[in-house]
Write a protein that binds this ligand. Sequence first.
Ligand code: ATP
Ligand code: MG
Length: 329
Amino acid sequence: KPRLYSGMQPSSGSLHLGNYIGALQQWRRMQDEVDAFFSIVDLHAITVPQSPQVLREQVRTLAAQYIAGGIDPDRSCLYVQSHVAAHAQLAWLLGTITGFGEASRMTQFKDKAAKGGQDAASVGLFTYPILMAADILLFDADVVPVGDDQKQHVELTRDLAERFNKRFGATFTVPKPVILAGGARIYDLQSPESKMSKSADNDKGVVWLLDEPAKTAKKIRSAVTDTEGSIRADRAQKPGVTNLLDILSAMTGSPVATLEAEFEGQGYGVFKTTVADAVVAELAPVRERTLELLDDPAELDRLLAANAERAAAVADATLRRALEAMGLR
Ligand code: ATP
Ligand code: MG
């Protein structure tokens, strides 16, 4: 079976609809065909300031959402990144073969640093993509399903793996380019030019998995559209409507073209209500199951500890190979 690696940051109290459609939904579908490692990437989360108590809770909440969203911790390995020391160690080794200019070209850093001011950004935020390369290469991942916002980082991972193998001998599996699912990028409901993000300024634009169903429906019904009045996909001219079409398509499995035909001649009101109902129908059970799982934090901790051991066994062997190849053993 091909090896799959992916992860999400425990950087908010809930996943959002973009994480769900761009990541969790894809993962659940792929689980049977792959040997999967799903990580809660807390080392990535601390590249921006986090409160220790809140972070600890958010790690558990994210674990619960993974499971509630259909990740089976018996079939797939679901673990916390910081529980496996090899991540930080391999990131250091890879940092020594990454060009400063190469790292400077990563657009996520530019976007995130621009928010708080370049000087306020940490070095960790700058080297984030190198840690992500370490995550992927430690597990000899063949496939790395991430949203389209992470594509550049996976490309850097490929470059680093190829460079390392060429310089030090065959050590790493070069991952395949990112698998992009249909409508992989979901945009903010209030500013549909920017992606839906955990770190958005306006909460109204973000649908949280753990929002109450009524709140979710309200956010979708208040989504920004346009004045043209026709329901068709056009990213440049109609970003709001296009985003809602992508969301409905992900919820129902119907292609966007089919939905366009279905809603021809209909108003935005009916359309938005349909989208709201579809999202609530999908997310409400996930929310309920998450809350149930969170009632037993000790059981979640036990599960994460056991999975960390499974992950470390794989990661430590790869780290050892890399150290030996570089003459460090
Ligand atoms: P932040 O904005 O703080 O980086 P995030 O919302 O991007 O947070 P991550 O934990 O960085 O969340 O990403 C987790 C996964 O969700 C990644 O695979 C990422 O590609 C995917 N993802 C994030 N945002 C979206 C989005 N708007 N649409 C589709 N996929 C997304
Ligand atoms: Mg992100």
